[in-house]
Design a protein around this ligand. Structure first.
Ligand code: V4E
Length: 221
């Protein structure tokens, strides 16, 4: 399990020029994301994001302990522009975590996980349905700063966003990841002090406005 620390940004022509000067483009590819939740949105209301991308499953969960963000103590303005999520990519562990959440919700929640990646019967067993499906063209850049990646995404529903990302291995230093991101944002000349929406935020706003409003009210987004 690792923690993904990232800052989204709006990539204008000046930012792109700087990025091309200081970074190396390491690839441009297309992927399809499918997101799953119960019809009542039990996962996303808990800030849990279950996704299938290129046949791989991923569950992003808050990095919180008893509702308190582990890395938020006296956080700087720059850190407040970043999101931190624990990423689970092992399918049995994903199923176990989802089952724990479902068990909290429904007392009868004993569900056996299916053994293989191809067998998706576990989704219906856990009452999970696909609520989002879109394709992204992504251009990725690496930079001198070790461990930092910059992605420029163009989603097929007409939204473009950049992100500076650092993956922190289990037990690693989240604070130094935040500092790396802040340095990189400075090098790119990012001046905005407002959080920039990710693709999923915009997708929900357009396709599930009521749920999006609820996530804002609950401070998930
Ligand atoms: C919506 C959401 C999550 C799902 C993933 O969203 P996003 O980071 O936009 O996707 P993507 O394609 O960039 O993922 P990557 O390729 O980096 O793995 S995970 C957390 N959220 C909530 C959330 C939030 N509260 N604030 C912001 C700025 N973004 C997402």
């Amino acid at each position: 399990m690792s923690v993904e620390v990232e800052r989204k940004f709006v990539c204008n022509a000046d930012t792109l020029k700087t990025l091309e000067e200081i970074g190396v483009c390491v690839g441009r590819w297309e992927f399809r994301d499918q997101y799953f939740d119960t019809p009542e949105f039990d996962l996303t209301l808990r800030d849990m994001w279950l996704r299938k991308r290129k046949a791989c499953w991923e569950l992003k969960c808050p990095t919180t302990v008893n509702g308190t963000d582990e890395a938020s103590g006296g956080q700087s303005k720059a850190a407040a522009l970043c999101s931190r999520y624990r990423e689970i990519t092992n399918l049995p562990k994903i199923q176990q975590r989802v089952r724990e959440v479902m068990k909290d919700i429904r007392e009868d929640g004993e569900t056996e996980a299916s053994p293989s990646q191809e067998d998706e019967s576990w989704l219906s067993e856990m009452n999970l349905v696909r609520f989002a499906d879109f394709t992204t063209v992504r251009q990725s850049f690496t930079l001198e700063e070790k461990g930092v990646q910059i992605d420029l995404d163009q989603a097929d529903f007409g939204y473009q966003v950049g992100e500076i990302e650092v993956l922190v291995p289990d037990g690693g230093d989240v604070q130094s990841a935040l500092e790396k991101i802040e340095r990189m944002a400075g090098k790119l000349g990012l001046t905005g002090d407002q959080r920039v929406d990710g693709k999923m935020n915009v997708y929900l706003q357009r396709n599930y406005p009521e749920h999006h409003a609820k996530l804002l009210r609950e401070h998930v987004l």
